[in-house]
Design a protein around this ligand. Structure first.
Ligand SMILES: Cc1cc2nc3c(=O)[nH]c(=O)nc-3n(C[C@H](O)[C@H](O)[C@H](O)COP(=O)(O)OP(=O)(O)OC[C@H]3O[C@@H](n4cnc5c(N)ncnc54)[C@H](O)[C@@H]3O)c2cc1C
Length: 498
């Protein structure tokens, strides 16, 4: 059997980012994917039991990081024909009555609409949006090395340009991640608008990690590319990566679940785009005892239950502009979302759960078929929940969009407990592949100086490594470049340019 240079286990965005980086350095690379289709958290497919002509994003749908991530920026999706379209409203937060918070891409317009909170919103997010390259480098860095925290910041003076944005980000993090978070804003609209983004982490609020996510994503909403939706769905990102991999001699084999070392073809390096638990099960006896013990302590978090709907028309939001946003955060006021997230943290289902809702046809009318449209939603639930949340999701949307039930043609729920069946990286429905707490966002998967290297020739490169969840490819890129230097003595980084 020929010796491959590298095998990548898993074809999510991080696995493909790693594979592309290695293949572009001239190495022989094979990706083994357990599922029948490629892409992990970035797949768009018809769903059995729903309309055959409609396609649904099985996991990720909205992609600010597709244009902002240093890896994907260097890879340049638009130059490869991936159209990233962002509506002029990035995210919205409907409230009872005729109220809603709206985050326009235009910061001034957002501030204007927030009335008495306009200046406070501008003061918090304006400077971060203006230095989005530095903010993104900090948030998507390897959390270990100066170089790994400067990715994508151009120029020799890069370290100096990090200072002010870094201080601003840190100060804002302390403010929005702790008890002082309520002091900045007066209105329900502004408070709820930012809380909806912080809730992405599915942890109790306020929290430092939630604030980090909120500040990064809210800043990107007001920066260059906004909260983009790829035309055709998330699969477009996967297809561009696979196309590049194949053009550089690499390959992907689907339907190849790796459960033991003997399932792997001989290779000089193996990169796991998997959970630490899978890497331990396959390569545990190659990993030193201390690292093994630390990996076993890695904690998985609470979960999401997905509901995909087929609708006969747009969601009838009481505030019609809500329907123009890439993402709608449904959960009511800040106080209501805090209760909902706390309830989930206590292992219970919230009566009024936090939902993420996206109608991709808002940005991509090509997703409509004969008057029907897909609606992507998920609800926050306790880890491992087997509960079908269709009714709760429908009721929550109906609360802010009376008449929603009347436009529902069909729906399909994937309870949290079943998420693993279509992606082993989401144990119990943990879509972050590891609890997104502050400690685990930094010391991910362990506090080791190199978070990616597990053993000689064995690397972890998934969302369970820094910088954590999201379609950005950064975990794969950080890990592959370490493997290039360490295993193959390749010192010149391959260009990712199309
Ligand atoms: C419902 C949902 C909504 C989301 N929404 C967004 C969003 O809107 N925007 C965003 O940026 N992110 C979103 N995310 C998160 C994002 O999808 C993930 O963080 C991202 O896909 C992680 O990439 P990855 O490469 O680390 O792993 P994944 O994309 O999870 O891919 C891992 C791959 O490894 C394969 N695999 C695992 N174990 C094995 C094995 N033993 N053998 C072979 N193959 C294996 C899996 O089948 C999978 O294909 C969402 C996730 C979910 C589930």
């Amino acid at each position: 059997m020929t010796l491959l240079d590298a095998v990548v286990v898993g074809s999510g965005p991080n696995g493909l980012a790693a594979a592309v980086t290695l293949a572009r350095a001239g190495l022989g690379v094979r990706v083994l994917e357990a599922q029948p289709t490629v892409g992990g958290g970035a797949r768009t497919l018809p769903v059995a039991g729903l309309d055959d002509d409609l396609v649904f994003d099985l996991c990720s749908a909205v992609h600010p990081m597709a244009w902002a991530s240093p890896f994907l920026r260097a890879f340049d999706l638009p130059a490869r024909g991936v159209d990233l379209v962002a509506p002029d409203i990035a995210y919205a937060q409907p409230l009872d009555g005729d109220r809603a918070g709206l985050a326009y891409r235009d910061l001034d317009r957002t501030a204007e609409r927030l009335g008495p909170d306009g200046d406070a919103w501008r003061g918090l997010l304006g400077p971060l949006a203006a230095s989005w390259r530095q903010v993104t480098a900090l948030a998507l860095g390897d959390k270990r090395t100066p170089r790994g925290m400067l990715e994508g910041v151009p120029g020799r003076a890069a370290p100096a340009t990090m200072l002010r944005p870094g201080l601003r980000f840190g100060t804002a993090l302390l403010e929005q991640g702790g008890p002082r978070w309520d002091r900045r804003f007066l209105t329900d609209e502004a408070k709820a608008l930012l809380t909806g983004v912080a809730a992405h982490n599915i942890t109790p609020l306020p929290s430092l990690a939630g604030a980090g996510t909120a500040l990064l994503l809210a800043a990107l909403a007001h920066a260059d590319g906004g909260w983009a939706i790829p035309v055709g769905g998330s699969q477009a990102i996967t297809d561009a990566l696979v196309h590049d991999l194949e053009a550089h001699g690499g390959s992907v084999e689907t339907g190849r679940r790796v459960e033991a070392w003997s399932d792997l073809p001989p290779a000089r390096a193996v990169l796991f785009d998997t959970t630490p638990a899978t890497a331990l099960a396959v390569a545990g006896d190659r990993i030193g005892p201390a690292r093994r013990a630390a990996l076993r302590r890695f904690r998985y978090g609470n979960a999401a239950a997905k509901v995909d709907f087929v609708l006969s028309g747009p969601v009838p939001w009481r505030v019609p502009d809500v329907g123009r946003a890439s993402t709608v955060h449904v959960g009511g006021t800040r106080a209501e979302m805090v209760i909902a997230e706390d309830t989930v943290a206590h292992g219970l289902h919230a009566d009024q759960p936090v939902l993420l809702v996206s109608d991709p046809s808002v940005a991509d009318p090509g997703r409509l078929r004969g008057g029907l449209r897909p609606l992507w939603t998920y609800a926050h639930v306790p880890a491992g929940s087997p509960h079908d949340v269709t009714e709760e999701v429908t009721r929550q949307i109906e609360r802010f969009a009376p008449g929603f039930r009347d436009v529902v043609v069909a729906s399909r729920c994937v309870p949290a407990a079943q998420m693993e069946q279509h992606n082993q990286n989401y144990p119990g429905g943990d879509i972050s592949a590891g609890a997104a707490t502050m400690w685990q966002m930094v010391a991910r998967p362990t506090a080791a100086p190199d978070p990616y290297l597990l053993a000689e020739g064995v690397y972890l490169c998934s969302a369970s490594t820094p910088p954590g969840p999201g379609v950005h490819g950064m975990g794969g890129w950080h890990a592959a470049r370490r493997a290039l230097r360490r295993e193959f003595d390749v010192r010149t980084e391959p260009s990712l340019w199309p």
